[in-house]
Write a protein that binds this ligand. Structure first.
Ligand code: ADE
Length: 231
């Protein structure tokens, strides 16, 4: 059963690639897919690049061309809800596109013609990911809940507050998860995501994100993925 391991940026995936002893690279849709093993399990690792369209392309290629049986996203996110702070870890249980609004034809946030505004993570894979995060990063604060995605890097306190007011259940914001979740829903492929909080999506987000992605993101991703795939 091949597992896809995906991040948006190289800094988030470098430690995962370093754990693959036998990877070979194949280019599809302008992306490098790394096929090999991690802790003895078949894996395809890939950088999706940033944003919902890039995420949807990557998810489709993983399923159609590489036949992966489950997809795990690992990366960083901005904290939204109070108490979801830099260095904490969020395992999503559902995803919503915060920038989707086809009103008044459809209710705000609803994905047109699906009758849904959020897609669930696979419960079993989400639980495995949460357990992997707990064992890989003992003492780290772990949150589970709604993660929202949009084609915006949220980097002002004003926008962060507006998002929190509109979507009080949202724990964190990023730019890919809901797109992966929608494609995986379409194909019936289990999907789960773990995000380390790199910033608070506020006026300090730019600096915090840059520092965190350089110093911590890859290490956390590598440790969690290694624990997830440990036989
Ligand atoms: N990923 C990490 N931080 C983010 C932010 N503030 N907005 C969107 N995506 C992010």
């Amino acid at each position: 059963m091949t597992t896809a391991i995906v991040s948006a940026m190289h800094e988030e995936l470098a430690a995962v690639l370093a754990l693959m002893p036998d990877e070979r690279m194949q280019v599809v849709g302008g992306r490098e897919f790394w096929l090999g093993h991690l802790r003895g399990q078949p894996v395809v690792a890939v950088l999706s690049r940033i944003g919902k369209v890039a995420a949807a392309t990557t998810a489709t290629a993983l399923i159609e061309r590489f036949g992966v049986r489950r997809i795990v996203f690992t990366g960083v996110a901005g904290g939204l809800a109070p108490g979801v702070d830099v260095g904490h870890v969020v395992v999503a249980d559902s995803f919503l596109q915060h920038d989707l609004d086809a009103s008044p034809i459809f209710p705000k946030y609803q994905v047109p013609l699906y009758g849904l505004d959020r897609f669930a993570a696979d419960p079993a894979l989400g639980e495995q990911l949460a357990q992997a995060a707990r064992s890989a990063l003992p003492g780290v604060r772990l949150h589970r809940g709604l993660v929202v995605s949009g084609d915006r890097f949220v980097s002002t306190t004003g926008e962060s507050r507006a998002l929190q007011a509109a979507l009080p259940q949202a724990l964190a914001v990023e730019m890919e998860g809901a797109a992966f979740a929608q494609v995986c829903h379409d194909y019936g492929v289990p999907f789960a995501a773990v995000r380390t909080i790199s910033d608070r999506a506020d006026d300090a987000a730019h600096g915090d994100f840059t520092r965190f992605i350089r110093e911590v993101a890859s290490r956390y991703s590598g440790a969690i993925v290694e624990a997830l795939l440990r036989p």
